[in-house]
Design a protein around this ligand. Structure first.
Ligand SMILES: Cc1cc2nc3c(=O)[nH]c(=O)nc-3n(C[C@H](O)[C@H](O)[C@H](O)COP(=O)(O)OP(=O)(O)OC[C@H]3O[C@@H](n4cnc5c(N)ncnc54)[C@H](O)[C@@H]3O)c2cc1C
Length: 485
């Protein structure tokens, strides 16, 4: 039967893509239904990109376990998936007696959770680890690291696709029912899909899919965080992320994080928001970021380094009975056969994505025997980044393919060859942001002023798209209305 799958994964963010990748280790026909036009348009493309250690995961055992497990394995994962990653460690710093006590409690909690290598440090040691950081007391967390969140999400999705998983974009799931024969019928805005299994990985909207499948009607809650991105000129002054002592909810206030690509992120601000997905920036938060950022990283959080801002929203869910924030939920129920419900993946879902995925696979295995896919290949190669090569390697690349000799994005030194490879990505993503996330073109100081039209020209030529149909990132976000000459 057409469109009959063994497993449909709803949502193609980092969790859904990790689930798809882990399930592709078995002989299963799998597809991912994603409402957006790419895999990193949800929470997974809008976060800090920190590989958390687990020290800040609070008293939520699944969240803590998944985080510690995901952290421990990440050197191997980054190597397999060709994802840039630095295990740089992290500082959590405090000012004054009250914050010192808070840090001591956090340190004890970290020891109880088994976070490897953590230690309390004083002002001198803070300076020795990062001369540009300030603080009276601190915790040094050596296992923390930094990675690019969208590169990781794309890498998981591409590896899943290489191993046979189909990705279908612009497929917002609107209803799910079960036939008398036991198959699921999954209605999207653009079609009907059938599957023996459904895995809910819909992030901010997982609570809706939960109800469609017959699981609990969780109360959705949302937290918005705004960030500023600082120029690479400031990036060279920071080697480790600096976090302030956590507040009452266990979340850390505005922090300073170097990105794996050499910028600095200031943020996020954290505020509870309603169900509207509003990623806009506010002057109030920009001022707050500048002021609080300068407290942790004085001298270098300056307006002259500001490139742009962005925001992310993470979901958490409250128990329908007691209305309290619940742990990560990875559920299967006897009365809802062949369904796994992944809800409440707040943070650190990026760090925890593969451990969550393995727990999903275990739930599937509890209900049916899975046969290994002998052809499964865990290795995925990304696009070779010209800017990161030695002079000899650059010469060799240009000899092999002269398109490496033509720079399309001046700020980030991205070549025509890289743009062309990105346009022909295995997932079939054809938006301008899709190229940006795969190459870093438009992410520099000029924010696409020079290269954006060159990217659209490449999409037009390589994919034979009418220029009026080229989209920035989502449905309706057209780049142009027509040609002037
Ligand atoms: C401000 C902030 C900072 C963070 N920092 C970190 C960090 O440093 N480290 C870390 O580990 N974690 C961090 N996180 C958390 C992390 O980003 C998330 O936990 C993780 O990205 C969740 O991934 P996901 O796949 O569940 O969600 P998403 O990426 O949102 O994926 C869900 C997908 O489902 C799709 N979808 C939704 N509804 C439907 C539907 N009806 N039909 C089809 N598709 C649908 C969405 O379009 C989306 O693509 C942070 C989050 C935020 C907001």
């Amino acid at each position: 039967m057409e469109n009959l799958y063994d497993v449909v994964v709803v949502g193609g963010g980092v969790v859904g893509s990790a689930v798809a990748r882990e399930l592709s280790r078995y002989q299963l026909k799998i597809c991912v239904l994603e409402k957006e036009l790419d895999v990193c348009n949800g929470v997974s493309g809008r976060n800090t990109g920190l590989l958390h250690s687990g020290i800040l995961s609070g008293d939520q055992p699944v969240r803590t376990e998944c985080c510690i497990e995901g952290n421990a394995e990440f050197d191997q994962v980054a190597k397999e998936l060709d994802v840039p990653f630095k295990r740089c460690g992290k500082l959590i710093v405090g000012f004054g007696e009250e914050e010192k006590q808070c840090l001591q409690q956090l340190y004890q909690h970290g020891l109880e959770c088994g976070i490897p290598g953590i230690r309390m440090i004083d002002a001198d040691e803070i300076k020795a680890i990062e001369p540009n950081a300030d603080g009276d007391t601190g915790i040094y967390v050596p296992t923390a690291g930094i990675l690019c969140p969208y590169t990781y999400t794309i890498a998981l999705a591409e590896n899943a696709a290489q191993n046979g998983v189909e990705y279908h974009f612009d497929q917002k799931v609107t209803a799910i029912s079960r036939t008398p024969g036991g198959e699921y019928e999954i209605q999207t805005e653009n079609g009907m899909w059938r599957s023996r299994w459904v895995v809910n990985c819909a992030g901010l909207f997982a609570y809706q899919i939960s109800v469609m499948l017959g699981f609990e009607a969780y109360v959705p809650k949302r937290v918005k965080g705004e960030y500023e991105i600082l120029d690479k000129k400031a990036g060279k002054f920071l080697s480790v992320p600096i976090y302030p002592a956590p507040g009452k909810a266990g979340d850390c206030d505005i922090h300073i994080t170097p990105t794996v690509d050499g910028n600095i992120l200031v943020g996020p601000t954290l505020e509870d928001v309603d169900e509207t997905i509003d990623y806009s920036a506010t002057q109030e938060k920009i001022d707050q970021l500048m002021e609080q950022g300068a407290r942790l990283f004085p001298r270098h959080v300056k307006r002259e380094y500001f490139i742009r801002n962005y925001a992310g929203i993470f979901p958490y869910v409250a128990d329908p009975g007691i209305q309290e924030r619940v742990d990560f939920q990875i559920q299967a129920r006897e009365d809802i056969p062949h369904a796994v419900n992944v809800v409440g993946i707040s943070t650190p879902g990026l760090t925890s994505a593969l451990p969550i995925a393995r727990r999903v696979v275990e739930k599937v295995k509890e209900q049916e025997e899975l046969r290994p896919n002998e052809a499964f290949n865990p290795v995925r190669k990304g696009i070779v980044r010209f800017a990161e090569q030695t002079d000899e390697e650059k010469m060799r690349l240009i000899e092999e393919d002269p398109d490496y000799g033509e720079i399309y994005c001046r700020c980030e030194c991205v070549t025509k060859a890289e743009i062309k490879q990105a346009v022909h990505n295995i997932l079939g993503v054809s938006t301008v942001s899709g190229i940006k996330y795969r190459t870093r073109a438009t992410m520099g100081r000029c924010q696409g002023g020079y290269c954006e039209t060159r990217l659209t020209a490449m999409i037009e030529k390589e994919l034979q798209q009418d220029v009026k149909d080229i989209l920035l990132n989502q449905k309706g976000a057209y780049m142009f209305v027509g040609k002037v000459k």
